[in-house]
Design a protein around this ligand. Structure first.
Ligand SMILES: *Cc1c(COP(=O)(O)O)cnc(C)c1O
Length: 401
């Protein structure tokens, strides 16, 4: 029921969410992806897999994550009541561990010998290296040399966790080149290797699988608000990069018309500049990384360089399900600028003693902007996708603290 809307399955058998998603990849890769899908559909319903994953969610990640009433912030704003879904309190400090554990467990159940992935800023790499250490599967992370130099703490963490780090020097030596390099390695032996994508993007079945693993967030929000208030929240708000934390928070509510769902994209230096990453707001339907979705691209159909103060949000594509939900009008996609995000980062830190990730600060910024316009009885749940430890040095330097 959660996985359909207006009677449309999300996704259909071919991995389409309306006209988005699918598998725009060469035949040998399609074959490998189809095998992952078949194995996933078989394994996900077994009690062994479900019990092992739910035990790890409770006793390793620390779920359910709390739903915290940000009372002082709500009072200061003088409007809606703001609640924070504390994914920042998860082991490793963000929501990414939810799908990395799912992917690592799936690899184990499929008998894979190695998990391969790319990472940009290193967040996905660290979460995956963590999950692989726990499950006991070798993990190989491809990362651009430029990013390796920028993201020292995450690079060190991946090494400590036992991941094999591959430095990618080709091209611009950043995320896109790391994706190419990781896919090449994967294709050397798709039977024994598995590729672990870091968001609800890429070819089918990844947008579906990652969505399923993340949907625990919204399921918990629903249980928590029903238990405490006997009803749904009025709004659920989340930042959107690839879209995994947002779809995780939204899925339980897709068919509840009383709940407004809001995804917040990075407006960077402003939507009128080229320094943003607001794919759903300003992009158009196209293809990237093996899927059909909204893309920010130039007239030649090449992805545009994108910008956000939050490195986890600067992606020129976006999950196919979000693309579909935008066209359907079920989710409203809004934006917050770098400046609004910085302000929200500092406000939440100083008013509630919670230092949010710069990614999550976009969703907080939306709540700070909109709450004053809403009644005191209105309940906004903001998905606080991660903690801001990783961003603290950068912010302190930027604001000369
Ligand atoms: C990676 C990341 C994001 C962006 O990814 P989505 O797939 O859009 O959720 C958001 N918040 C945090 C804390 C992240 O690490």
């Amino acid at each position: 029921m959660q996985h359909q809307i207006n009677g449309i399955a999300l996704p259909n058998e071919q991995g389409f969410f309306g006209e988005y998603g699918g598998q725009f990849i060469p035949p040998h890769l399609k074959e490998a992806m189809d095998k992952i899908n078949v194995a996933y559909e078989e394994i996900r319903h077994t009690p062994e897999f479900q019990n092992e994953l739910s035990d790890l969610f409770s006793n390793y990640v620390g779920r359910p994550s709390p739903l915290f009433h940000a009372k002082r912030l709500s009072e200061q704003l003088g409007g809606a009541q703001i609640y924070l879904k504390r994914e920042d309190l998860n082991h490793t400090g963000a929501h990414k561990i939810n799908h990395c554990l799912g992917e690592a467990l799936l690899a184990k159940y499929m008998g894979k010998k190695k998990v391969i992935a790319e990472t940009g800023a290193g967040q996905h790499g660290v979460a995956l290296a963590t999950a692989c250490a726990l499950v006991g599967i070798p993990c190989e992370i491809h990362m651009g040399q430029v990013d390796i130099e920028k993201e020292h703490p995450n690079v060190v963490k991946m090494k400590i966790l036992g991941a094999h780090l591959v430095s990618v020097t080709r091209g611009t030596a950043t995320l896109k080149d790391a994706v190419d390099s990781a896919f090449e390695e994967y294709l050397k032996d798709p039977k024994n290797f598995i590729y672990a994508i870091g968001s609800v993007v890429g070819p089918h079945p990844f947008p579906k699988m990652v969505r399923d693993f993340q949907s625990i967030i919204g399921n918990e929000i629903k249980e928590q608000t029903h238990h405490r208030f006997g009803k749904n929240p009025d709004y659920v708000v989340a930042c959107v990069g690839g879209g995994s934390n947002a779809i995780g928070a939204f899925t339980a509510f897709l068919n509840d018309s009383d709940v407004k769902l809001v995804g917040v994209e990075p407006a960077g230096h402003g939507l009128e500049t080229h320094m943003h990453s607001a794919t759903l707001t300003l992009g158009k339907p196209s293809q990237i990384h093996g899927m059909a979705c909204y893309v920010l691209e130039n007239e030649a159909g090449e992805p545009l360089p994108v910008h956000s103060i939050a490195s986890g949000l600067d992606y020129p594509g976006v999950g196919p399900q979000h693309s579909f939900l935008k066209d359907l009008g079920r989710v409203e996609y809004s934006t917050a600028t770098d400046q609004e995000c910085l302000d929200a980062f500092m406000t939440l830190s100083r008013v509630e003693g919670i230092v949010p990730a710069l990614e999550s600060s976009h969703a907080v910024a939306w709540a700070i902007r909109e709450a004053p316009k809403l009644s005191k009885e209105t309940m906004i749940v903001v998905n606080l996708s991660g903690r801001g430890d990783k961003d603290s040095d950068y912010v302190a330097e930027k604001l000369k603290l």
